[in-house]
Ligand binder design. Sequence first.
Ligand code: ZN
Length: 693
Amino acid sequence: MDKQEVQERIEKLKDKIRELNYQYFILNRSEVSEAVRDSLKLELKQLEERFPEFITPDSPTQRVGAPLSGKFDKVTHITAKKSLADVFSYEEVEEWEEKISRMLPGSENKIHYLCELKIDGLNVTLHYRKGMLVRAVTRGDGVQGEDVTHTVRTIEAVPLKLNEEIDLEVNGEIYINKEDFRRVNEAQLAKGEEEFENPRNLAAGTVRQLDPKVAAARKMSAFFYEIQQTDMEAVPRQQQHALERMMDLGLPVETHYRYCEDIDDVKRFLDHAAELRDQLPFEIDGVVIKVNEKAQQQVLGFTAKTPRFAVAYKFPAEQSTTRVLDIHVQVGRTGALTPVAVLSPVRVAGSTISRATLHNEDEMKRKDVRIGDTVVIQKAGDVIPEIVQVLTDLRTGKEKEFKFPGRCPVCESKVEKKEGEAVLRCTNPDCFAQDRERFIHFATVMNIDGLGEKVIDALLEAQLVDEIPDLFHLTRNDLLQLPFFKERKSDKLIEAIQKAKTIGLERFLFALGIRHVGEETAIDLADYFRQEQMQKERTQPTDGVETTHSGLKDIHALLILVQEMKRDKLQEVEGFGTVVSEQIMDWFENERSIALLKKLADCGIEFIEEEKPLSLRLKGMTFVVTGTLQSLSRDQIKERIRQNGGKVVSAVTRKTSFLLLGENDKATTKEKTAKKLGVKVIGEDEFLKMIEL
Ligand code: ZN
């Protein structure tokens, strides 16, 4: 972007954010998620940092909090309300720690932290005089807020009188429980009125009602987290003590807060909070991390806009905005042509995304994605990132529509769309792109260590392999021709490939890359083939000789079995429709497939009993198992943990994620340690739920 384009972009972003802010704060509704608004704000902030000459006083980055609606009396805050800087990743938390550590050098200054859940609600400041509630003010723009005493007084969690007759100014959050949120929205619908987008909108809409009865009828609640000013004796010198002190005064405090020795401890709490999120009765959107010592807080002080001694860690957003730099067409292993948007890299749900699928031509046209567009991308869990929406307001007129190629972009063969299908496919079965994808898929599914995309590309480039069975004939000398292979590495790869010769049938079927045969289908298909084989062996004449069942041991047995099978037989498998079973049979009857299978058979592939593909449900979690368990033995439980990607250790430490406690156990030392360290203790039922399919 040249300078003029930057300036235009900044103007467009400001307009859009202003419009979204108005909807959000004044009308209490929004057309896009909050993450989208944040993401646009971040882009604006970054552009303004690079081009400070374009910062104007009216930019949404230049003020704190929300615009005033004009309905209520405006109150100037006694102490200005600065909002916290947001951080979105561990790295940013570490950067913050580095920055403040530099300002507090020396071992006597070791920083400890207090982490509090970040409640998704509306920020308010309460003023108490001689212990009596005199005023409640919204944050507003940070300098002035609105007097909402009349509605806040109706919230039962807010004490009208403190336990001590002191003057106090406290900050807190007005929120509504998830359950009550649903209830209010149901009532809104029944009245034919608009639903609230999220609990925070509802809290804002309720507190800023002129009629206090409306607020009283909705079950709002409150948590307090900061003593701003007070005349109390012995003002708490740590944030943790401030929280405890507030509770003594009768102010509700969210009690999942945790004292953290160091930043690693903080990170563990961030993970813990993310897990806690769904179990809580109220919405949280992150964790507030504060320097615990007030004296250190004072040394750190404030920047122009934010305190330095605290940051708000926001849970990874599942949506973000970015720009489409280009659109490519990829050819997959079944020949499918998939349009892929090349994006300006952006962090979504904890990972950096630079590409997003547009699925197919029709989908791309429906969403009207053009090169140069600003788009909303979404990533939830392990799902492939996708483009949800184009922000057409931000177009400049220079965006380019993408024309779908009429030929395969790799081999230039004809492409065709089968009836009833949305995708175009390359018609050339020898298409190089398909070959490459098949190799990658095979290597990934067969779990061949060291055989990644780069190595496959190099092997294909050097023409060391042409089809998959060639892999099994690779020699050390072959690999030494490749630029990045030395002897040790070559031997290791060959060993890994040879190891893949003994493999579970289900994994093998999945690795073949048959269309429609995904992981789950492969399991069903393997089960079915095994049953058929057993059936067959049972009914075979044995001439009176005792034989043991041989089962499906290798590809030869599989080939014979499939050849003898009737074409419509596969439809017996539950969940296989006509289309799926037909296409699978087509594959097995196809000459190319048979030739491939025969070659693989010659490589000596043998089938072993394999457990169901491992899930990664418990990935990154460590367990300590203790006591007598009811439904499974302790060894079985441990096996389950490992099967699901978890780790079993013997002693409870801070790093332990869960202590799994047998049902009839009395409080053990392990349990006490777990409680002390804040390690979650779970029972057998809870554990079984965690690994439930
Ligand atoms: Zn092609």
